[in-house]
Design a protein around this ligand. Structure first.
Ligand SMILES: [Cu+2]
Length: 118
């Protein structure tokens, strides 16, 4: 398998494992929208790798506690159980982005991780 094919394979695998929708913008640019959920106490639906560029995370709190989602210097409002919010960031190629829930104690319990922009 060539390196190029391997990368395509890995990208498709990462996309298949998460709920992502590519939305064309009026400007001709595209934004990838990832639907993720916060539960007690982890995030679901976040790929470990995703394409660099503009990305929107649509976060839904499916837990019993309140949660938020912080990545790339931006954070959603605090979400009550059942609430949703969107966060749009621009990811740079080759950079690692830690993410977490900023509610005290939650990241320690597992609401954190790192994703890599390719
Ligand atoms: Cu939390």
């Amino acid at each position: 398998m060539t390196r190029g094919r391997l990368l395509v394979f890995l990208t498709l695998g990462a996309l298949a494992a998460s709920a992502v929708v590519i939305v064309p913008l009026a400007s001709g640019a595209r934004v990838a929208v990832y639907s993720i959920s916060a539960v007690d106490f982890k995030f679901r639906g976040l790929p470990a790798r995703l394409p660099a560029g503009k990305v929107t995370f649509r976060v839904t709190n499916k837990g019993q506690a309140s949660h938020d989602f912080k990545i790339a210097g931006k954070v959603t409002k605090l979400l009550s159980p059942g609430a949703s919010a969107s966060l749009t960031v621009t990811l740079k190629k080759g950079k690692r982005y830690p993410y977490l829930c900023t509610v005290p104690g939650h990241s320690t319990l597992g609401m954190k991780g790192t994703l890599i922009a390719k």
